[in-house]
Design a protein around this ligand. Structure first.
Ligand code: FDA
Length: 292
């Protein structure tokens, strides 16, 4: 299914709702578009679970081109990367070396690398690598990672990262996790998200609140008013193609908004996670493809 979908024109038409295109130029065009609306971007060259050093280095090469383009074009953007895309599954030292080179490049041109968080087998290593890179001379403030509100451990992880001044993107979490380590009920995840988001927004460390959940966004807006927080204390983050109305509304209200822009031929796992989150999207996409 994956191989067929990634190569077929129907697959491309379906994925275009959530994926900005297949090439670096497509991603940069999408980035320029959102920048013109006062919205920042983070660019994700899709790919995960590579199985050879050559594939890992090829992924990194795309990121180095993105970092150069962000700098050359003066874009309001940074990059997001997954460690499994850089060889984490077969050679963690290689993945750390490759992401380290990316962070040094990003620091040199004054941009930022966000290390996305994958399933729980990666949590410890992702945090440890982020912390080591952040401690490298010149790299402080140029690397951060993601914490997931569905994991029991997240409040403790957040405190440790905040102590070091490491920027956190807070999301609910997109992988299937066991009830031994994660809240099984959506309401529990949402409650934990709200608790953590308030902690991050008042921490003094610039953090990203990644959610499309309007009830939570509204709670954040109320919290900003109660606490007299400046809009510069945090930013909202949302995915390309999801709740564009809310993205624009928040930007117009003067809040920082960053859109996660994924692109590239290996869009299938990302796309399937988005459909799983909201099965209504399957019907919506099919209707649109049949119309075209
Ligand atoms: P939730 O799923 O609770 O739904 C609330 C409402 O949001 C829905 O009723 C609907 O209106 C809207 N919505 C949510 N998803 C939608 C969709 N697919 N299509 C249409 N509407 C939708 N996860 C992870 O594990 N590691 C990571 O590194 C990241 N990174 C990341 C970056 C950014 C910028 C975002 C926004 C999200 C992530 N995620 C992630 C994904 C995250 O963990 C989570 O799975 C999704 O954001 C869905 O959760 P929400 O809080 O958005 O809404």
């Amino acid at each position: 299914m994956r191989a067929f979908s990634e190569r077929s024109s129907i697959g491309h038409a379906m994925s275009s709702r959530f994926v900005a295109g297949m090439t670096i130029d497509d991603a940069l065009a999408a980035c320029e578009h959102v920048n013109r609306e006062g919205i920042a971007a983070t660019l994700d060259a899709l790919g995960e679970s590579v199985t050879s050093e050559a594939q890992a280095r090829a992924s990194a090469d795309v990121y180095h081109q993105l970092i150069d383009a962000i700098s050359a074009r003066g874009l309001n953007a940074n990059v997001s990367v997954k460690l499994s895309q850089l060889g984490m599954d077969f050679d963690p030292a290689l993945a750390e070396q490759i992401v380290g080179e990316m962070v040094e490049h990003a620091a040199y041109v004054n941009t930022f690398v966000r290390i996305d968080m994958e399933g729980s087998p990666y949590t410890d290593a992702t945090l440890a690598i982020t912390e080591r890179l952040h401690a490298r001379p010149g790299c402080q403030g140029h690397v951060g990672t993601v914490l997931q509100a569905y994991l029991f451990r997240t409040a403790l992880d957040a405190e440790r990262l905040l102590e070091q001044g490491i920027r956190i993107r807070l999301c609910k979490g997109a992988y299937k996790e066991s009830p031994q380590i994660a809240f099984p009920l959506k309401q529990e995840v949402d409650d934990n998200y709200v608790k953590l988001m308030k902690r991050l927004a008042t921490s003094g460390v610039f953090c990203g609140l990644a959610t499309h959940d309007e009830a939570i966004v509204d709670q954040m807006l109320a919290f900003v008013r109660e606490e007299h927080l400046p809009p510069s204390a945090f930013e909202f983050q949302m995915l390309y193609g999801i709740r564009r109305d809310l993205q624009r509304k928040l930007a117009k209200l003067g809040f920082g908004v960053r859109v996660y822009i994924p692109f590239g031929p290996e869009w299938y796992p990302y796309f399937m996670r988005r459909l799983a989150e909201r099965p209504a999207n399957v019907l919506f996409l099919l209707k649109n493809v049949l119309k075209t």
